[in-house]
Ligand binder design. Sequence first.
Ligand code: ARG
Length: 467
Amino acid sequence: MSKLWGGRFARETDVLVHEFNASLPFDRRLVAEDIRGSMAWARALVGTEVLTAAEAETIVAGLAQVQVEFENGTFVFDEGDEDIHTAVERRLTEMMGEVGGKLHTGRSRNDQVATDFRLWVMGAIDHLQDSLTDLQNALTESAAANLNLPMPGYTHLQHAQPVTWGHWILSHFWPLVRDRERLAQVRERTAVLPLGSGALAGTAYPVDREWLARELGFTAALSTNEVAVSQNSLDAVSDRDFAADFLYAAAMIGLHLSRLAEQLVLFSSAEFGFVRLDDGYSTGSSLMPQKKNPDTLELTRGKAGRLVGHLTGLLTTLKGLPSSYDKDLQEDKEPVFDAFDTLRLTLPIMAGLIRTLTLRPERMAAQLEPGLLATDLADYLVKRGVPFRQAHHLVGRVVQVAEQKGVNLTELAVAELQTVSGVFGEDVTAVFHIAASLSNRNVTGGTSVEALASQLAAARLAVAREP
Ligand code: ARG
């Protein structure tokens, strides 16, 4: 097996060590970025007089050919290829001869891999942003369709106060706004060019790093289109903050999807029955013919664990490393690739599941019991001058009276309410309506018709806005 670095070695690498050392099985995913980076590097070398313009263009054309071989599946790996960088360069040199061998001048795989990986993560973020936007649209569509449909709201998973379907489903929309902001921030921090850092000490050839940054799209702040170039070569070849940032953003997305999934598992159970999952998004049991299982949601919940694991795994890998490159850093790619693959599937599946969900308003209505209005009863007393603490206590007593009689709060006669407090009057029955409770909460973020309409409008605006 011939190695690109084989000059000083008298004996071949042990077979198992080769396998252990190689990253090709997973980093072949960086091929497009590797070729893009190399094309830019070849052109940057023209300014340093290492390559003539004609030589650089020959190399660029050769790299384009290598790209074609990858695209049509004719690229043949050599058993000595240890990673995608060596594979591409080896093939280029095979095709071009001596001029191909000039490409790696002034460059190291250390600044090369950092560049390729950053480019890949930037592309992955763009993809996830689109999927998140689509899921956000699915959520606002569902909210719009049943914005004011009343349902019980919960704290501690116990009946608390009335809310609406629109209100509830949008509670899972806003976390995704934060996820998109977070990803946009990660993208900015990722778009800083390490190329030109060499192995650790900077390249000895006077390449124009600003030109390289612009050429490769390392414009940290997309809005200002300002190029960003790493300022310390030792840091640049070992900085994997962007990968950890990406994994944190991915773990947060996973966590948000998991919470939505968990609540839908509950809501689709026989006991709640608020929603019915579409057949396309649920699965059956091999034994029990009647079963329709929310596997899709359970997997979504389960995969959050895997995403959190990737983050803790990478942080642990990074924590003891000195500055500059160490081979531990090769462990950065698999968790990032897997986090992306996980979300690439989970996000559109969740969007489809939401779009095909059937609501069961009658099951929600059946749970809208008067106990949900106890706070409104206390508010009634407050409006008549009773301090809230006392009102809370008095309504607690009303609840007790109702429980002793075995009736609902709303079934007590006004005279019975008056045994607890003389402040209760005939008009108290106006409180006993779910709609009244909803419309009383007429603040931004509340449940009134107007508040929900403006929340939905704000949500639509947030989707349309670039994070
Ligand atoms: N495959 C390596 C990685 O992913 C490329 C960098 C190798 N650098 C080195 N000094 N051996 O990290």
